[in-house]
Design a protein around this ligand. Sequence first.
Ligand SMILES: Cc1cc2nc3c(=O)[nH]c(=O)nc-3n(C[C@H](O)[C@H](O)[C@H](O)COP(=O)(O)O)c2cc1C
Length: 209
Amino acid sequence: MSLIDKLNWRYATKKFDHTKKLSPAQLDELLKAVHLSPSSAGLQSYKVIVVEDHATREKLREAANGQSQITDASQLIILASETNLDEAYVKNYIDHVAKTRQIGRENLEGFEQMINSNVSKLTEEQKLNWSNKQAYIALGVLLTSAAELGIDACPMEGFNAAKFDEILGLKEKGLSTTVIATIGFRSEDDGYSKLAKVRKPEEEMFIHI
Ligand SMILES: Cc1cc2nc3c(=O)[nH]c(=O)nc-3n(C[C@H](O)[C@H](O)[C@H](O)COP(=O)(O)O)c2cc1C
């Protein structure tokens, strides 16, 4: 299948086959792809939580308008933004860059100051908004990678984020739920898989200058 065939094959799966699970290798490859998502300044100011526990998923399903994907999918992926984006967070990141690239810490000070000066201008709400945008990039990478790997997925915003945070104890971890996705394999009788894709006509979508 070409890339376009795979992107046409994927759809927001409404009904998962609860008997089909990703193999550990499939899950690992998908998570590795998400791990490689780009982010502004490389800060990756969000975490990726993989929920398999059934009892937890039952509770989360209630906080997601009862959507069956939450419990029937192979895994539920939660993208949660960091709520403590401060100088200490940036320092850790710069230390990690220095170590990974074997660069003297002093060579990265300008970069660190640039990030800190940008971050310090933001209110807490703006910082969270910025981190949320990075998490959405990861969602896009997850959906495209899943399609590439023949894994079904459903991106989801239809949930109560405050309840998710409470059920998962995220506040204490300095995190806040941004967006979620369920992954697994479509049920044969999910009628949505047969529906034609609805997208704006290309001439409405693209502007060439
Ligand atoms: C950020 C985001 C949130 C979404 N939230 C939900 C959701 O809560 N439940 C659901 O069934 N579908 C959800 N969808 C699926 C969209 O309705 C779907 O992607 C869109 O209609 C396009 O269809 P397709 O993905 O099947 O091509 C969401 C999609 C995105 C990108």
